[in-house]
Design a protein around this ligand. Structure first.
Ligand code: FAD
Length: 444
């Protein structure tokens, strides 16, 4: 039996970062991980996709070797990147204040967790078990699954490059994978139920991205409801044309969302409540069982790696009685398509509903010197303010174009300090940079 201050279940960016933070604050920590440290983010998510997207863009721009060869080498490099980072996390976790247990964790009671033969008694428990692929209950997708149907987990270790790919779902994962396969030279179709891609992104930015992706060769079929997969065919109903249509493909990627990972956790033994989105928590990520928190994808609030990390930090602060200023309403996010999309704060539609006097300020990549110099002239920056007053506060920023994430990160930092449009104009920006487009937008 091990006794500890904090028991953390799950070693993803929520769990392992929280373990390191808690240990840094002088707490004794036990962390359980049943697969590999780094979680979905490092092993099946953020990092492998970005490594492959990088190599795919390079292959597309240089065209130096056959695409199948480029894909194989990209897969090998991705493995090395992931293995190196995983080793780095294992080294960080070899901190004397942290005990890493390899195995499946399950509640015995609210203060006791079993991991294989081991039992841990903890003053506080933080659940960080993440999420898993959600498969829609359609013929050919849910068991028995067509051999042509894959998840992002499967495709991130695909042995060969499929000549044609059909992606079901035009959300973040679907569009990033579509970009990657297009850049490796595959023929790519995307089938989406909604009338626009990326439903949580500002409407104008999502529309512009779709048009740019379509121009680059990806075929996007909107307002199309997939009915079934039959062998290598996706059968769907096109609600605009009111007609059944089908696409045959070597590879069908299902990217329709993720579900909380609760398998075998025995939440009932601790009396923890959950619904289809995840474990129910308050704004401090506490469950309604005293001293038990649930952070990251498993609570279904903001399914992002940096959100998981920030939530874990906040939970530890609550445990220690530390007041922090983490603003969970200011959550920057990016989609690493080519071009990139990133956003923070209110979309134009949300601002319209909340502030009758809201204003929108736009800047364009094509009139920026750096964008011209690096041949990245396709793009738009949108700043959203809460009023027409000179001291209007910035409440949102949405960008499509090269380095969108870096531009949005600057605005996210400013929003954390409630900066106004005028104050942004007073900040000197390095020339030539794409971030100067913010000044161009603010001056309009
Ligand atoms: P996870 O990373 O899922 O980690 C949970 C860990 O808990 C896992 O390692 C699991 O094995 C372990 N576990 C589960 N149950 C148990 C148990 N009972 N006992 C012991 N261990 C258990 N987010 C971004 O911010 N940026 C991106 O670019 C991005 N790209 C993505 C691309 C893809 C293809 C996918 C799938 C996701 C992407 N995400 C991205 C989302 C990101 O990966 C998740 O938001 C993040 O990993 C959530 O972190 P977490 O710690 O909550 O859970």
């Amino acid at each position: 039996m091990i006794e500890t201050d904090i028991m953390i279940i799950g070693g993803g960016p929520g769990g392992y970062e929280t373990a390191l933070y808690a240990a840094g604050k002088g707490l004794k920590v036990v962390i359980a991980e049943e697969r590999e440290v780094g979680g979905t983010c490092l092993n099946r998510g953020c990092i492998p996709t970005k490594s492959l997207l990088h190599d795919a863009a390079h292959a597309s721009l240089c065209n130096a070797e056959p695409q199948a060869e480029a894909f194989k080498r990209a897969m090998e490099r991705k493995q090395q990147v992931v293995a190196g980072l995983r080793q780095g996390i294992a080294t960080l976790l070899s901190n004397p204040a942290i005990t890493l247990l390899q195995g499946h964790a399950a509640f015995v009671d609210p203060k006791t967790v079993s991991i294989g033969e081991e039992t841990v008694k903890a003053r506080h428990v933080i659940i960080a078990t993440g999420s898993k692929v959600k498969m829609p209950p359609l013929p050919g997708i849910k068991e028995p699954r067509s051999p042509y149907v894959f998840t992002s987990d499967d495709l991130l270790c695909a042995p060969t490059l499929p000549p044609t790919v059909c992606v079901i779902g035009a959300g973040v994962i679907g569009l990033e994978m579509a970009t990657m396969f297009r850049d490796f030279g595959c023929k790519v179709d995307v089938v989406e139920f909604l009338s626009e891609c990326l439903p949580t992104v500002d409407g104008e930015i999502a529309r512009r991205l779709r048009k740019t992706l379509e121009k680059s060769g990806i075929k996007i079929h909107l307002s199309c409801q997939v009915r079934e997969v039959n062998g290598n065919e996706v059968l769907y109903f096109n609600t605009k044309k009111k007609a059944e249509e089908r696409i045959a493909s070597d590879c069908i990627l299902v990217a329709t969302g993720r579900a909380p990972q609760l398998d075998g956790l025995q939440l009932a033994a601790a009396g923890i409540r959950y619904d289809g989105h995840g474990i129910l928590v308050n704004d401090d990520f506490a469950t309604d069982v005293p001293e038990i928190y649930a952070i990251g994808d498993v609570n279904g609030r903001q399914m992002l790696a940096h959100a998981a990390t920030a939530q874990g930090r906040h939970a530890v602060n609550r445990i220690l009685g530390i007041e922090d200023r983490i603003r969970f309403d200011i959550m920057p996010a990016a989609v690493f398509t080519r071009p990139e999309v990133a956003s923070v704060g209110l979309t134009e539609d949300c601002a319209n509903a909340q502030y009758p006097d809201y204003t929108v300020h736009k800047g364009f990549y094509r009139s920026n010197g750096k964008a011209q110099a690096i041949e990245a002239t396709e793009g738009l920056v949108k700043l959203i303010c809460d009023s027409k007053q000179p001291n209007a506060k910035i409440v949102g920023c949405h960008v499509m174009g090269a380095n969108a994430a870096a531009i949005v990160q600057e605005v996210a930092a400013l929003m954390n300090f409630d900066v106004t449009l005028e104050q942004l104009m007073d900040i000197i920006h390095i020339h030539p940079t794409l971030n100067e487009i913010l000044l161009q937008a603010a001056s309009v």
